[in-house]
Write a protein that binds this ligand. Structure first.
Ligand SMILES: Nc1ncnc2c1ncn2[C@@H]1O[C@H](COP(=O)(O)OP(=O)(O)OP(=O)(O)O)[C@@H](O)[C@H]1O
Ligand SMILES: [Mg+2]
Length: 361
């Protein structure tokens, strides 16, 4: 069992703040994703957990025990690094065995564990091959296997499949999810791919500039983003934002650049303020022009058929919104349409701070 905890952790390199005020508790047996854009502190968090980087402030706990004074060996967390490096002169099998040989583990036990891990990862047939003779995906499995053989307290993985092509990444992420479930181990998994994070995580943390902006299940993050930053980062195609004014007392949103007024849920407090109405492409609906139930008159601007669904860009004057429709509906460019907006699906963020003013139902 392994519960990992960071309490009030800070780390700077000169003027660069790598992580700031991180408080995070990762539960035993959890598939926990750390997600964010480049340089936001993802690798730093893993290195601090692992014991390779000392924080300037804060405490690291494993199963409730402070481990700041322990080195990586004592903490016994297995890491798959961002730039995985296999030993080129060793076969896949020897690479797998290396962490055990290094620890002077008995030969028959090494053999047993390498076999077991190879079977789990479906690489038994590759054990005699050199890394140069393996495909990218196979090398990746060997690198992950090298972490698995150790029977560590928990796993840390730093974008382990980012270098693979898209199809292979999709395959590997399903396997990682299966592996984690089978092994029943805590896994902290760094990725900059939002779809990957959403698909594998039990819970995820969204970072910005070394700080945690939100922690939650993929469902919470997707449906209840607490800031414009998180709303923009998660979801593809991205959320639509419409500028305007929100009146908290009566819940009225009045758009500034398009003729749109919506009655949303009211809040008890707050003055009218500059705001952004946010709505996901799949929560907009295209109706026939003139439909009285629709909120806005618009025109078809661009159509992207993607097979299972179609992204339709519609414009209202200069404002372009993305609509996601199932299947392959046919539209012609500049076709007049009417846009339906469900108020319950709308979020409102503060125009200046990006903080959530009113969440979706
Ligand atoms: N050893 C170091 N010395 C100086 N600056 C560092 C060091 N390690 C990290 N940083 C800086 O700290 C910040 C966070 O780096 P980190 O590697 O944690 O980001 P990341 O989210 O993993 O980025 P990427 O997606 O590019 O891997 C960056 O600005 C980086 O330049
Ligand atoms: Mg990194």
């Amino acid at each position: 069992m392994a519960e990992l905890e960071l309490i009030g952790v800070n780390k700077s390199y000169g003027r660069v703040v790598a992580v700031k005020d991180i408080n995070l508790k990762i539960a035993d047996n959890e598939f926990f994703c750390v997600f964010g854009p480049p340089s936001c502190g993802k690798t730093s968090i893993l290195r601090i957990l692992l014991g390779l980087t000392q924080p300037d402030e804060g405490e690291i706990r494993i199963n409730g025990q402070r481990v700041n004074e322990q080195g990586p060996k004592e903490r016994n967390l297995a890491m798959v690094f961002q730039n995985l490096a296999l030993f080129p002169h060793m076969t896949a099998g020897e690479n797998l065995a290396f962490p055990l040989v290094e620890r002077k583990i008995d030969k028959t036990e090494v053999k047993r564990r390498v076999q077991a891990v190879a079977e789990t990862l479906h690489i038994t047939k590759l054990l005699r091959k050199l890394p140069a003779h393996l495909s990218g995906g196979e090398r990746q499995r060997v690198a992950i296997g090298r972490a698995l053989v150790r029977e560590p307290t928990a796993f840390l993985m730093d974008e382990p499949i980012a270098a693979l092509d898209a199809r292979l990444r999709e395959e590997m992420r399903v396997e990682l999810k299966r592996l984690q479930r089978e092994l029943k181990h805590t896994l902290v998994y760094v990725t900059h791919d939002q779809e990957e994070a959403m698909s594998v995580a039990d819970r995820m943390a969204i970072l910005e500039g070394g700080m945690i902006r939100q922690v939650g299940t993929p469902d919470e993050i997707y449906n209840h983003p607490q800031s414009r930053y998180v709303a923009e980062l998660i979801g593809s195609p991205p959320m639509n934002f419409i500028a305007g004014t929100y009146q908290p007392q009566n819940g009225r949103f009045v758009a500034s650049a398009v003729p749109l007024e919506l009655d949303l849920a009211a809040r008890a407090d707050g003055d009218p303020c500059d705001a952004r109405l946010a709505i996901r492409p799949e929560d907009l609906r295209i109706h026939e022009a003139g439909n009285p139930r629709a909120a806005l008159a618009a025109e078809v601007y661009e159509v992207e058929p993607l097979g299972a669904f179609t992204i339709v860009d519609v414009n209202i004057g200069e404002t372009i919104l993305k609509v996601m429709e199932p299947g392959q509906p046919s539209y012609r460019l500049k076709q007049p349409i009417a846009l339906g907006i469900t108020p319950a699906k709308c979020h409102v963020f503060d125009g200046a701070t990006g903080v959530l003013l009113k969440g979706a139902a």
